[in-house]
Design a protein around this ligand. Sequence first.
Ligand SMILES: [Zn+2]
Length: 137
Amino acid sequence: MADQQSDQVEETDREQSRSVSPYKAGLSCKCPNCGDAPIYNGLLELRDVCENCGFDLSKADAGDGAQIFVIMILGALCAIIGAYLYAAIGLPMWAIMIFLIAMIIGGTIWLLRVIKATLVALQFHHDAHEGQLTDEG
Ligand SMILES: [Zn+2]
């Protein structure tokens, strides 16, 4: 009986989380359930519970996915922009280094927040979780 109520509550939560676009919620770093409250408690620490709708965010697990995307995307962008600034515009190397270091620091923080929030929103949207063994074999 308690399991059925728990299943119904989880099903209701899942249906609500599908009403908000995971990409819209991720880009704005908002709750994947209501899309209104911020998902972060600080720079990159996820909240346990949404302060607007009470959605349980403690099950969120983006793993290392966000870091890999940031390394690949920002690394490629910095290489292309650095080569362009050096070859096409002819900026001195020290100016290119200062520009790229600022771009890496700012871009890493911004991209990590957006990609991590998007991965968490996609996790809830698709109800992704670890596989579980059943008695049925
Ligand atoms: Zn919420």
